[in-house]
Design a binder for this molecule. Structure first.
Ligand SMILES: NC(=O)c1ccc[n+]([C@@H]2O[C@H](COP(=O)([O-])OP(=O)(O)OC[C@H]3O[C@@H](n4cnc5c(N)ncnc54)[C@H](OP(=O)(O)O)[C@@H]3O)[C@@H](O)[C@H]2O)c1
Length: 268
């Protein structure tokens, strides 16, 4: 059964974004998929349209600038598409001590992880109001909650998304627009991350999930209007530990982690 409404997903051609696109298509949700140019979006679109009988509009665009966010909005309007669910997934990770990170990379990361989702929500807010009950899903991270060595800027951008989502949720409640944030732990979303995830500590390894399983929980959470979605029992256990451990114990754990990381390569 096809509906007239569309769900827009940014960063949809691979990794977690692709997994959410597949999950939405399985639920017969029409899609606007946005990804960087030449990342295989057209192939994904073909497969989803053929297998799940959904309408898909694919748009290849770098969302790292406000000009491009504006032109994405214009393109969607031109297609006369009505957005009911908006999923802000595009985002980049950095790993390294702050003193070693490239300044331009830091600024680009803040722009893509913070400015882009904020501007896109602002642009599409009227659509969401008109199609209420509707929903926004922002992709945070477990790094939204924790102070993590070598992930200070990334964690900061994800903490912004958590705080922004919670506040906006309260503001948009009268308009019947639900705002959710999903905070996954480590996922095997690429060959590089899968390799890297094999080298982490036992506790973290236990928490690693497949993007397909996280996507199912994330879309369930979006459709049910859940405020904060923490996928997986191990991640939920980490949250519990974080709330009960005394600060000196947490500081000690982080100090040990920093010492372990000192010898590692930048962006490892
Ligand atoms: N992997 C993890 O362990 C993990 C854990 C927690 C949270 N997350 C979050 O989940 C989201 C997806 O992560 P991932 O691991 O699947 O992806 P990834 O491999 O880190 O790739 C980054 C994602 O952002 C998109 N992207 C990057 N630069 C872009 C730009 N300039 N314009 C538009 N899109 C851009 C890419 O989309 P296209 O290639 O399709 O264009 C890709 O989907 C991110 O927000 C990430 O922070 C990931």
């Amino acid at each position: 059964m096809k509906t007239n409404y569309f769900t827009l997903i940014t960063g949809a051609s691979q990794g977690f974004g692709k997994a959410m696109a597949i999950e939405c298509a399985k639920r017969h949700m029409n899609l606007v998929l946005v990804s960087l140019p030449n990342t295989g979006l057209n192939e994904l679109t073909d497969v989803l349209e053929k297998n799940y009988n959904v309408s898909i509009v694919s748009i290849e665009m770098d969302l790292g600038t406000s000009e491009n966010c504006n032109s994405l909005f214009e393109k969607v309007k031109k297609e006369q598409i009505s957005i009911k669910y908006f999923i802000n997934n595009a985002g980049v990770l950095s790993r390294g001590f702050f003193k070693d990170l490239d300044t331009n990379y830091i600024l680009d990361q803040i722009s893509l992880n913070i400015c882009t989702p904020t501007l896109l929500i602002k642009l599409f807010l009227n659509d969401l109001k008109q199609n209420a009950p509707s929903g926004i899903l922002n992709v945070g991270s477990m790094a939204s909650f924790f102070s993590l060595p070598k992930k200070q800027v990334y964690g900061g951008t994800k903490a912004y998304l958590l705080s922004f989502s919670r506040s906006l949720r309260r503001e948009l409640q009268p308009d019947n627009i639900s705002v959710s944030v999903v905070c996954p732990g480590a996922m095997n979303t690429s060959a590089a991350l899968t390799y890297q995830n094999r080298t982490v500590s036992w506790g973290t390894r236990m928490s690693i999930m497949n993007p397909e399983d996280v996507a199912k929980l994330a879309i369930d959470g979006l459709l049910k209007g859940k405020e904060v979605i923490v996928p997986g029992i191990v991640n939920q256990f980490f949250m519990l530990l974080n709330s009960i451990l005394p600060k000196p114990v947490k500081d000690k754990i982080i100090a040990v982690e920093i010492n372990k990381l000192k010898g590692e390569m930048l962006y490892s």
